[in-house]
Write a protein that binds this ligand. Structure first.
Ligand code: SF4
Ligand code: SF4
Length: 307
């Protein structure tokens, strides 16, 4: 039994965070490589680092992250399936006890990999996705989704900006029947994409739209608690997640600082937002974790959720 994936463990961590003021992270993001087979117009990571840790060095790093209290590992890039040792790294994370999320653009072969959850990044329906990721890329990712529908736990990740905010309903209608979940986040105002960032009003309107569509699309994974605060300056606890770049550099605190000086103004990153709601013990974020991270951090008795 994995002791880190149960209700008392999360209560213990919450006690430590709030009462003992322990600021240890719970999610580790491993940017295994910054190489990618695509050249998306908005990508902030592509050319920032070229050196990569070896398999042994990654395993050493993964051990340290577990010792620091991380329970969820998000394996991403670049495109992580370009690493020939990806399967070995996933297996190693599993042998330790991590819950494993693999983030991919879904255009390469994912058959050999068995993470707990597969997150496939989708920018919008075909014309929008292809305008950002390249001609034919939507169909490739969609084919991957359909091929593994019901065989792997698949969730899409869509980062909202001026380019795709008008496409939310189309995207839900197209993809939702094939997926376990759909997750929306908001583009961070990196210096190269400031023109694409939604205004506060546009963000609030889109978050309301997503909430209104939940009855029709119950596999929307965002929590209402976070969506209600989008565009309104929610409180962030960035130390809950630690990001390790491909060259092995890690740093507690805001992941944006791996790329450029951060500004919290107009930041509505879904990952940090939902994690911060977890810290604040929000009920529907706990439900989200149960669905997406497989962790029963809601209290159930006789099959009924009582907290
Ligand atoms: S698929 Fe991801 S890592 Fe690759 S270029 Fe696009 S945004 Fe960057
Ligand atoms: S920039 Fe965003 S993720 Fe970073 S500390 Fe500010 S709100 Fe959190």
């Amino acid at each position: 039994m994995n002791l880190r994936r149960n209700f008392p463990y999360y209560m213990w961590r919450t006690f430590n965070w709030h009462v003992l003021k322990d600021h240890s992270p719970i999610v580790a993001s491993l940017k295994l490589t910054q190489r990618c087979n695509l050249r998306c117009t908005h990508c902030p990571w592509l050319v920032t680092r070229t050196k990569e840790l070896t398999t042994v060095e990654w395993k050493h790093k993964i051990d340290k992250l577990w010792q620091r209290g991380c329970t969820v590992v998000v394996i991403e890039g670049g495109e992580p399936t370009l690493r020939t040792d990806l399967g070995e790294i996933i297996d190693y994370c599993r042998s330790i006890g991590f819950f494993i999320i693999l983030v991919t653009n879904g255009t390469l072969d994912i058959e050999p990999y068995h993470p707990d959850v597969l997150w496939i990044s989708i920018e919008g329906t075909q014309p929008i996705h292809d305008s950002i990721r390249g001609a034919g890329m939507f169909q490739k990712s969609f084919d991957t989704i359909k091929k593994y529908q019901g065989k792997k736990h698949i969730v899409t990740l869509t980062t909202l900006s001026k380019k795709n905010v008008g496409d939310i309903e189309n995207l839900l209608a197209t993809l939702s029947p094939h997926l376990d979940g759909m997750w929306f986040s908001y583009a961070y105002p990196y210096h190269n994409i400031q023109d694409e960032i939604l205004s506060q009003e546009e963000k609030i309107e889109s978050a309301r739209l997503i909430m209104s569509l939940r009855p029709q699309y119950p596999n929307i994974y965002n929590s209402d608690t976070f969506l209600k605060e989008v565009g309104c300056g929610w409180k962030c606890y960035p130390w809950l997640m630690i990001v390790v770049t491909s060259d092995g550099f890690d740093k507690d605190g805001c992941m944006i600082e791996h790329i450029e000086k951060n500004t919290c103004r107009n930041c509505d990153l879904g990952c940090n937002g939902e994690l911060s709601k977890l810290f604040e013990v929000s009920p529907d974020t706990r439900n989200l974790w149960r669905k997406n991270v497989g962790t029963p951090i809601t209290l159930e008795l006789f099959g009924r959720q009582i907290w």
